[in-house]
Design a protein around this ligand. Structure first.
Ligand code: SF4
Ligand code: F3S
Length: 117
């Protein structure tokens, strides 16, 4: 069992989530973040912290969940660990699905790593 980050994080990357994770299992990319599924202890603390509502449990009956679980697994092995909050990306609020942005951001994922701490 794990939580995962889905496409809603892309180009927002608020990073409120990383500050509350008790096991530091977030890994940061150029324009999103992922959770390492084998390190997550399924505590659920991060889910309500995300302003984009991008975090969900893998118990959700979401048709895209398997896809995002694999994205989280793949990039958590490659990208740097993130434990400190950073400023959101520049257009975060205007691209935030929880604030009314309606386009699917799946294809906007950058595979480039984010900044080291
Ligand atoms: Fe970290 Fe808990 Fe969120 Fe998993 S569910 S990523 S352990 S805060
Ligand atoms: Fe992304 Fe939400 Fe964390 S936008 S960086 S999952 S707080």
């Amino acid at each position: 069992m794990t939580y995962i980050v889905n496409e809603k994080c892309i180009n927002c990357r608020y990073t409120d989530c990383v500050e509350v994770c008790p096991v530091d299992c977030f890994y940061i990319g150029e324009n999103t973040i992922v959770i390492h599924p084998d390190e997550c202890i399924d505590c659920g603390v991060c889910e309500p912290e995300c302003p984009a509502e991008a975090i969900q449990p893998d118990s959700d009956m979401d048709e895209n969940l398997e896809y995002w679980l694999e994205i989280n697994r793949k990039f958590s092995e490659i990208w740097p660990n993130a434990t400190q909050k950073r400023p959101p990306l520049p257009d975060a609020d205007s691209l935030n699905p929880a604030m009314g942005y309606e386009e699917d951001k799946t294809n906007d994922l950058s595979e480039n790593p984010g900044p080291e701490e």
